[in-house]
Design a protein. Structure first.
Length: 233
């Protein structure tokens, strides 16, 4: 497996577990440099899928390999708009990313396939090809607050994601008053643990909590399934 692929494990947490983990991690790791004064930042992403919901079904069936595209912004700002393709191969993950401008993002959000230009990055060219061939369209918005911790040894990144919510209002992706629906019970969140070649034993030990539940599903999957009352949409 290439060094560009990373280990990634996710766990659903209760409010009490999140409180304990936050207290432990604050003393062991340093906060991510992009976090605000409270140690957090907001993430909002819109995910793309085909008319047959291929990406959704691949996630549900744990298909390997699989990949999906998303547009991502931070703290409800268009100062940085990231186009990303996240792939999973043999249980490990890899992410390609490139920044795009607001005009191009708006085109992608509308479902239109912009005419390729020579200056477009390979990732953008690839997405435009997939949009044309697979009829990819924006399907759901996923929003949450993230508390990130990092450790240079092993390139470890541990995040606590809370207030996970979804929306169908694709046309209001950049709006501060986006209508949202929570997808987890009150106070619950997701712990994500990522590293390259090794996870220090003392970090591993700090994450051991009774009742911590491993989650095989992504936030994208949860938001697609529970985006509306009554099931998948």
């Amino acid at each position: 497996m290439s060094a560009s692929f990373r280990h990634e494990y996710k766990y659903r947490c209760t409010p009490e577990q999140l409180t304990v983990l936050r207290a432990r991690l604050k003393t062991l790791l340093r906060p991510d440099s992009h976090a605000g004064p409270d140690g957090r930042y907001g993430i909002r992403s819109v995910y793309f899928d085909d008319p047959e919901d291929g990406c959704l079904q691949e996630n549900e069936n744990s298909t390997d390999p699989r990949a999906k595209y998303r547009l991502r912004i931070y703290n409800v700002s268009d100062a940085r708009i990231s186009l990303e393709r996240k792939a999973k191969v043999r249980g490990m993950t890899h992410k390609d990313a490139v920044t795009v401008d607001r005009a191009l993002a708006e085109a992608l959000l509308s479902g239109r396939v912009p005419f390729p230009k020579p200056e477009y990055s390979p990732l953008l060219q690839r997405m435009l090809t997939d949009m044309a061939l697979r009829i990819l369209q924006p399907k759901v918005i996923v929003q949450y607050d993230r508390t990130p911790f990092v450790l240079p040894a092993g390139n470890v990144r541990i995040t606590l994601d809370e207030q996970i919510a979804s929306s169908h209002a694709i046309d209001r992706f950049f709006s501060p008053d986006l209508p949202l629906r929570q997808v987890l019970s009150w106070g619950q969140g997701i712990l994500e643990v990522k590293w390259d070649e090794f996870l220090p034993s003392w970090v591993y030990s700090s994450l051991q909590l009774e009742g911590l539940q491993w989650s095989g599903f992504s936030k994208y999957y949860l938001c697609r399934v529970y985006n509306t009352v009554g099931g998948m949409t």
